[in-house]
Design a binder for this molecule. Structure first.
Ligand code: COA
Length: 388
């Protein structure tokens, strides 16, 4: 049975910061951010957008009534948890008005959570071919003002419907993965910003790429020549370029050129959004699917990495007329309608936090164009509204 991604879409908040502005404000050569890191902009979430609303807004645009009836499993990958107990997915289940007889859970393993959900969704569909799974990957990457990681922040979410006979790509069964207990990036429960050993994390990421790729080659006898494109987890787009370089020591000239050209297409959206952790790999996939006319039957490689660390290399095969099922215009409009923040405005938005002492707050959402917003907190309970 063919199982894979039947629908896919993303959501980003209204605000962004231009990396040239950030570089000037931080007294850094702008080329370091735009070339050395490979980012042109980063999305900034207002206080009325959190992982729940970003994910719900991403899903709102791809679901129809048939999906709402068929979805019996919601899996929410995130590392921006808003609650130690309740799954972020349960809020989304209500906000999207999904039929009640569904399982809903949250998955965590740093940026790997979305891939974990996708692979488990595949298993669920294999046992229940009539059902559909809503996979959500949603995060707000925060390292803090004036930190080395600041340039690699971002905010956004990807939503995918996983089903049998999917319209976008099938996910093949060959997949290689690896776990290693390392401290390259983590966020203790008392901290709202991540701790990261950036250089070590980059090294480990690249080592994972080589290890899972070599194992994949051994197990499948496929080579780089069998791939039209490879998408990578993108904590920042230069990381994807470095990852592909490590693989391109093999492969003929034509293959190298093709993979480099297609990587360039796959990093376009991330250059404008920044790191969205669990959703970054999938934003890269959407950038490729929307930015290029792929042919049915072409094989795509996907490398997922979640610090701490778990990595996986897996593959998808492009389906006939897949472009008819994308939301290119909607996604273009999301970018076109964004408002650029000055650095002062960004610092103000970044520093605004929700109360942690149980006090009630009502948020002003009039400037937030997203359909689903966080409207406040009452007696420790987040309040959401769907203005659609
Ligand atoms: N023009 C062009 N490139 C420039 C430059 C300039 N003027 N100045 C510096 N650079 C390049 C550097 O050569 C380097 O490139 P390289 O990596 O190919 O060597 C790159 O810009 C970054 O410079 P570096 O000095 O290494 O940056 P940094 O110490 O500020 O740290 C990160 C960069 C990415 C390590 C840091 O932002 C970070 O830790 N981010 C978080 C990463 C993360 O999320 N990891 C976990 C998930 S996988």
């Amino acid at each position: 049975m063919k199982i894979g991604i039947d629908k896919i879409g993303f959501h980003i908040p209204d605000y962004y910061v231009d990396m040239n502005d950030l570089a000037v404000a931080r007294d850094v050569e702008p080329a370091k951010f735009t070339i050395g890191i490979g980012q042109d902009a980063m999305a900034v979430a207002p206080i009325s957008q959190d992982p729940v609303t970003l994910a719900a807004n991403a899903a709102l645009n791809i679901l129809d009534e048939a999906d709402r009836e068929a979805i019996d499993f919601v899996m929410f990958g995130t590392e921006t948890g808003i609650d130690h107990s309740k799954s972020a997915g349960v809020y989304v289940h209500r906000l999207l008005d999904l039929q009640p007889n569904a399982r809903t859970i949250e998955m965590k393993q740093a940026c790997y959570g979305g891939t974990a959900a996708l692979q488990l969704a595949k298993g669920h569909i294999a046992l229940n071919p009539e059902s559909k799974v809503l996979v959500l990957a949603s995060d707000i990457a925060r390292y803090g003002l004036n930190t080395a990681g600041e340039v690699t922040q971002g905010a956004g979410a990807v939503a995918m419907v996983i089903s049998a006979n999917p319209k976008i790509i099938t996910i093949e069964n060959d997949s290689t993965f690896l776990t290693s207990d390392i401290m390259d990036f983590w966020r203790p429960t008392y901290s709202d910003v991540a701790y990261v050993d950036g250089k070590y994390s980059n090294e480990q990421y690249l080592s994972f790429v080589s290890q899972v790729w070599n194992k994949y080659k051994e197990e499948t006898s496929l080579s780089l020549d069998d791939f039209e494109a490879i998408c990578f987890h993108l904590p920042y787009t230069k990381m994807g370029i470095k990852a592909l370089e490590t693989l391109l020591e093999e492969g003929n000239e034509e293959t190298k050129q093709r993979l480099q050209n297609n990587l360039e297409v796959s990093i376009q959206y991330s250059r404008e959004v920044g790191n969205i952790y669990t959703a970054s790999l999938y934003l890269g996939l959407i950038s490729l699917l929307e930015g290029k006319e792929l042919n049915a039957g072409e094989r795509l490689g996907l490398f997922s990495y979640g610090s701490g660390a778990v990595g996986e290399f897996f593959t998808g095969v492009v389906q006939e007329n897949y472009r008819d099922h994308l939301n290119v215009d909607h996604h273009k409009a999301l970018f076109a309608n964004r408002k650029k923040l000055s650095i002062e405005e960004y610092e103000e938005v970044f520093s605004a936090t929700l109360p942690t002492d149980g006090s009630t707050v009502t948020l002003d959402t009039t400037d937030d164009s997203s359909a689903i917003c966080l409207t406040g907190i009452t007696e420790h309970m987040r309040q959401y509204a769907n203005n659609n």
